[in-house]
Design a protein around this ligand. Structure first.
Ligand code: MG
Length: 261
């Protein structure tokens, strides 16, 4: 099942997405499926309707937990070893934008890069869960771009500014429930040219292990998001680019890139 968050001009609402690619229809829901039981209102909105805009499928109330260097070939492309245990960082929820929202290149960086990732959305309060039980705590999956100011990541030493700036966490186009995260294609294209392409089976630490490991550090709350790391092929984004991240079984997340100064 696919769940979208959208607006037709008023407050954000949620909907179940049905139909084939190019002919999707949003079946509007009452309430917020991340936190409350919901039902269909009967209203239907075609995805292509004028004035219909998809939003980030979730705005985490507490945190986005990123995982660094979780694909060996990506760790190597920057001359790093694969860590012995997951390398964690946080992004604030103010970094989140939705499909088609612009990634705004920050003034303090001259080297902003895309990172295509599978994102895990937590569905239940989760603390010290085992890998075997971890997927029962997942609500669903979406597509993420862990946009990173690579020059600042190097010079700052820690990653808050490099990975936490406004617009650095595009999420979308919707949540997919009931997906097996084990072996999905993950790719990034810039202006139509493929830059990253790998499979989640190439991850050093898989999704159940990551949820378990992270839940030993933090209590995970419904709506929290885990970014599972990016494959090799990260590259620079420039003003005017269009960056698409695709995860098999979920869809395509597109964002234009702008520099405002
Ligand atoms: Mg990343």
């Amino acid at each position: 099942m696919r769940i979208a968050r959208f607006t037709t001009g008023g407050d954000p609402r949620y909907a179940v997405v049905e139909g084939e690619a190019g002919a999707e229809v949003l079946h509007v829901l009452t309430g917020d499926p991340i936190y409350t039981p919901v039902q269909k209102t009967g209203e239907q909105v075609p995805l292509t309707d004028d004035g219909m805009r998809l939003l980030a499928p979730v705005i985490p109330r507490s945190k986005i937990v990123g995982v660094g260097r979780n694909y060996a070939a990506h760790a190597r492309e920057h001359g790093n070893d694969v860590p012995a245990s997951p390398l964690l960082f946080l992004k604030p929820n103010t970094a989140v934008i939705g499909p088609d929202d612009p990634i705004v290149l920050p003034d303090f960086s001259q080297q902003v890069e895309h990172e295509a990732e599978l994102a895990v959305v937590i569905g239940r309060i989760t603390k010290n869960v085992s890998p075997e039980q971890a997927l029962h705590h997942v609500l669903g999956y979406t597509v993420a771009n862990d946009v990173t100011a690579r020059d600042i990541q190097r010079t700052d030493g820690q990653w808050t500014r490099a990975k936490g700036f406004d617009t650095s966490c595009p999420l979308g186009p919707w949540l997919v429930m009931g997906l097996d995260p084990d072996d999905l294609a993950v790719s990034a294209r810039v202006n139509g040219e493929t830059r990253q392409h790998a499979r989640t089976s190439d991850m050093v630490f898989d999704v159940p292990f990551l949820v378990s490991y992270i839940s030993e550090v933090f209590t995970l709350l419904p709506g929290d998001v885990i970014l599972t790391g990016t494959p090799a092929g990260v590259g620079r984004l420039e003003h005017g680019d269009r960056v698409e991240v695709e995860v098999e079984g979920i869809g395509v997340l597109m964002n234009p890139v702008v520099r405002r100064s």
